[in-house]
Write a protein that binds this ligand. Structure first.
Ligand code: HEM
Ligand code: NAG
Ligand code: NAG
Length: 315
């Protein structure tokens, strides 16, 4: 009986979230009639690329985040600069985004089957879910139907959080996009994959000693930096595996970015770091819910966008 009631609540919640997507013109089965193979094609292309280079999973997940935080999830991040316009991509804040060629390859494959139907924004969003799964994270579905935007300006990248923000600034910035503090911590868990370059954390090593940085770990970071600004430091010991190991870093004063460490320093987010470090299943569940939400940020409907033929150029 209790289980039946819980099930009804679950169904209602599913329907309510479904209404939110549909209000934005999105749905889970968006391509069922127009391009039934779309998801399979994108999944196969992404999975093959990640088998060849597992480090690209990090790049694809981060690409989706940057896309959604600037002008909504509209593939603005993919547009190349033109002679009259410097695109987001060429901002120093592009911070070494990777995986553009995987998106191009997936787009080329879907165009062969159903030309002009599947948006680049949907491909970026789908690719990030396959990347999470391929790296060992949760499997989850996202709604489709995003249109591609026509604007990509270098100055819009100021909407991305710099790694120097403290927890309350991060809470404010993510709050402006409708996320709770808990969702922000869950999303930061994407740093379970990938690396940061020295230039993203060297500010912590000079001047006054950062009280939230373990001295042994500071030496490790300094060693990384001794090889130059572009030298990479893994966020955690398992850079290609989507797990909850990342959360142990801040617990030991060994968060790589100051923005990672600050989540443990602040009483408003510390309990979530501890909870996710303790319970990977809880992290996976919160992460996938927050990612679905992120994937619907400010999506363009109808004539506000288009389906690009080439992900790097507006039509
Ligand atoms: C909470 C605020 C966040 C800040 C301040 C931040 C900042 C950064 C910085 C500075 C880097 C390293 C860039 C470099 O040095 O090349 C990085 C890497 C990364 N970020 Fe974040 N990030 C945040 C949230 C997120 C979110 C929400 C996601 C995805 C859901 C994400 C996914 C990643 C991934 C996967 C990498 C590794 C990229 C690679 O190895 O190529 N980050 N982030
Ligand atoms: C990122 O921006 C720099 C300029 O700051 C540019 O040289 C580089 O090509 C850009 N990276 C990508 C992948 O577009
Ligand atoms: C976070 O940064 C803001 C702006 O620099 C500052 O006003 C605030 O006091 C900081 N909060 C904490 C807890 O350090």
């Amino acid at each position: 009986m209790v289980i039946a009631k819980l099930f009804v609540v679950f169904l209602l919640l599913q329907m309510m979230s479904g209404f939110v997507f549909r209000a934005k013109g999105l749905s889970m089965g968006y391509y069922i009639m127009s391009c039934p193979m779309a998801e399979l094609i994108v999944r196969n292309t992404v999975t093959r690329a990640l088998q060849a280079d597992p480090t690209l999973a990090a790049g694809l997940i981060r690409m989706h985040f940057h896309d959604c935080f600037i002008e909504g999830c509209d593939a603005s991040i993919l547009l190349d600069s033109t002679k009259d316009n410097t695109a987001e991509k060429d901002s120093p804040a592009n911070l070494s985004l990777r995986g553009y060629e995987v998106i191009d390859a997936a787009k080329a494959e879907v165009e062969k089957k159903c030309p002009g139907v599947v948006s680049c924004a949907d491909i970026v969003a789908m690719a990030s879910t396959y990347a999470v799964f391929a790296a060992g994270g949760p499997v989850y579905d996202i709604p489709k139907g995003r249109k591609d935007g026509r604007r990509s300006k270098i100055e819009d990248t100021r909407n991305l959080p710099p790694p120097t923000l403290n927890a309350s600034e991060l809470i404010t910035m993510f709050g402006q996009h409708g996320f709770t503090a808990q969702e922000m911590v869950a999303l930061s868990g994407a740093h379970t994959l990938g690396v940061a370059r020295c230039s993203s954390f060297k500010n912590r090593l000079s001047g006054t000693v950062d009280p939230n940085l373990d001295s042994g770990f500071a030496k490790q970071l300094a060693k990384t930096c001794s090889a130059g600004d572009n030298t990479e430091q893994s966020f955690d010991a398992t850079r290609n595996i989507f797990d909850n190991v990342y959360f142990n870093g801040p617990q030991r004063k060994a968060g790589v970015l100051s923005s990672d460490q600050t989540l443990f320093a602040s009483a408003r987010t510390r309990n979530k770091i501890n909870a996710y470090a303790f319970n990977q299943a809880m992290f996976f569940l919160d992460f996938q819910q927050a990612m679905v939400k992120m994937s619907t940020l400010d999506v363009k409907e109808g004539s506000k966008g288009e389906v690009r033929k080439d992900c790097r150029k507006i039509n």
